[in-house]
Every structure is written in structure tokens, then in C-alpha cells.
Design a protein around this ligand. Sequence first.
Ligand code: ARG
Length: 459
Amino acid sequence: ASNQMWGGRFAAGPDAIMEAINASIGFDKRMAAQDIAGSRAHAAMLGATGILEPSDVEAIREGLLTVLSEINEGAFQFSTALEDIHMNVEARLKEIIGEPAGRLHTGRSRNDQVATDFKLWVRDQLDASESGLIALMRALLGQAEAGADWVMPGFTHLQTAQPVTWGHHMMAYVEMFGRDLGRVRDARARMNTSPLGAAALAGTSFPIDRHMTAKALGFDAPAANSLDAVSDRDFALEFLGVASICAMHLSRFAEELVIWSSAQFRFVTLSDRFSTGSSIMPQKKNPDAAELIRAKVGRIFGANTALMMVMKGLPLTYSKDMQEDKEQVFDAADNLMLALAAMTGMVSDMTANRDSLAAAAGSGFSTATDLADWLVRVLGLPFRDAHHVTGILVALAESKGCDLPELSLDDMKSAHPDITAQVFDVLGVENSVNSRTSYGGTAPSQVRAQVDRWKEMIA
Ligand code: ARG
């Protein structure tokens, strides 16, 4: 049988392989609600502009509501022969209301229709990302507030560098996810123009009102160029770009949780609810959720790369290549939401082990910089000389198998004769973090100020 949408031009129906490669209904049925919302807005506008009779518009409106409830109830029969969600919905509408269904597509094409549906779908995901990020930031703020003054080692090269506070480390992630939140909001503001009414590519001779449909669908304005409107997938790429960066942040944090929950670190204890056991080793408690979150960036960034490659050489305007946009975005969105939710659960549930953090904070000569700063401040040495003297003392402590605070005053004087017992005051980790009061520094007072600032910003 020939196609019911374009059968006039065709003598024969498609080969089975043609149908298989061509159909998108298997995945684009996820846009059913958006497709029906777009059609309802279009039909209402066709009525308001006098292009369609009120009776036809009413029949279409009621028919679309019936189709929507059939889909929601799982009673709808999706057909690959009907290729995509747009034609599945329209064909079913025709079965229900008959002839007026054929008038719905006046002044519209599947090209502007699919761009509209997909934009609405991506916009929902940006909104969901916003909520997911805020929930995660709240969980991090809870951790930061509880441990604003708990000391832990700060690292560079994963080598102990200087003591920091637990709260400060948590707040570093609040900054990162806060930037993601900003990117989500920017992307949403930029993408919010309506392709509907661009028709196939050139606009239409019908006296449609694109401002009306744009408003009905929550867009700020109609997209201003019909060629661009049907061929633009920047909104999907921007979502994938934002999602990729966010997933990268999630992955870095997940990696820290994997390290921190190990027996060698014991910085955190993950809850049973977000851990798994081993089928052979009874003692094991594995951070699987963190590992899976760490991996998600791979598929999300993969989706970003895949769609960039699909789009990169396409001439204007629509090409069927663009049908390959949806699965990438659907998969990336599903996995981003899951990763955000899992990370939020893990962070809310986890216990920071204050004692392990404190013990680690003082090891590895973590207050060597404080010693050098003291030599500058109290003895007036140039920083480079102070660095050298401190280096001698670190080497001495290392050879004695002790830490800096355990060196004797005589040891200290062997590196520089003017050193006094006062130096031991700056070697404690608490003194070290309390002294770092510069803006954005790790001192608990700074951390608490940042917690308050962010709480207000996401309130
Ligand atoms: N299923 C198609 C897609 O996802 C809908 C648009 C088809 N347009 C066309 N001119 N064949 O892109």
C-alpha cells in the first residue's frame, strides 16, 4: 500500500528495510505530549485567524485530547509504517474525527512541527536540570554547614598540600554546580523562540499568527528566520554541552568519593542505601553509585560529540540526518537526571569522618607553608629564603620519620638560628585554616559566609 500522507505521488509502498531505517516512532513517541500541545496551539490559532471553521477547530481540539489520553493510558497503537509521532497522532486523529483532521496541517510542516516538539522537550529537561542541580546544591550546603570548621588535607597532584576545611571543599562543588545552574538558565533563555509556523522552510501564504502560537506554548517570541527555525538544533547541542560539563563535575566529585570511601582514606562513610556488597567478599561495601556517576560523563559527552558530527556538514535547511538528534538527547537527559539524583542521595546520606579527616590533615608536612610564612612574617626572611629553610626542616623531619610539629626547637634552630618556640603555634592545622581568612579562603568564617551567600541565591 502506498503512504496515506504522500500516497498521491507514489505507486508503491516502502521496502521493509526502508521503513526500518526511516521510522523514528520507536523513540520519538516520548514527544507525544509536546506534539499534541503544539497541534492544539496551532489549531486554536488557525481558528482565531479564520483559516479554519470553529467547528473544525473544536473537533480537532477534542480529538487531540482523546489521542492524548489514549497515549497516557497505554491504549495507543503506535505504527512504524506511520514513521514518527507526528504522523501517528494525525492518523489516529483522522480515525477519531474524520475529515477535519486533514485540515490541522494547514500552514505547517513536519519540519517546524518536529523542531517545536523537540524544543519543548529539551526545555522541560532544562527545567528538570535546574531542579536537580538545586537539590544537589542544597545537599552540599548541608554538608558544608555541618563541617565548616572540620580540618582535612587539601591536595594538589593528589599529594597533601595544605590543610583546608571540609566545608570549603564542599563549597567548591557548590561553585561548580552553581555555574552549571547558570549555564542551564542561559541556555533556556536563548533557546526559547518558537519554530512553529516556519512551515517546511519558507514560511506560509496563510495568514497565520506565529506570535499567538509562540505565546500559547510559553515561548518568548517566534523564531525570526524560517530557514533557521527548521534547521537549528543549537538548543539540543547547548543542552548536551551544559549536560557534559555538569556530568564532568559529577564525575570529578564521584572520583573523590570513591577515593575517600576507601579503607586507606576513610574520609567518608557512604550509606548502605547508596552502596553495594560483593557476592564473594563479605567485608566489601562498594561505592557503585559513585562509579556509575563517574562513568556517565562518557555517554553524555558522547551524545554531544555525536550530534555535533550529525549537524556539522548539513546544508540548510532540514535533512533527515536531523532525526538522529533525539536518541542522543534522550539518553543524555535520562542519564544526567539519574546521576544528579544519585549524587544528591549520596551526599545527603554520607557521613564525613571528622577524626580521619583531622588525622590526615596534619600528616604529610601540610603546614610547611605556614612555617615558611612565619619565617617571613616574624624573622623578616624573603619568601624564597624561608621556602629554602622550611625545605631543610621538611627533609630533616622526613629523615627522622616524624612530622614538623614533632621536631625539637634545636632541630628548628639548626636550619635557622633565629627561630623561637613561637613557631610551634602556626604548625597546628587548626591555626593554619583559621588564618586563611582572605576572601574565598578556607577559614571557617569565610566558608560560613559563602554558605549564607549561596543559600540566599538559591532560595
Ligand atoms: N521524524 C522526523 C524527524 O525526526 C520528522 C520530520 C520529518 N520531516 C521531513 N521533511 N521528512 O526529524
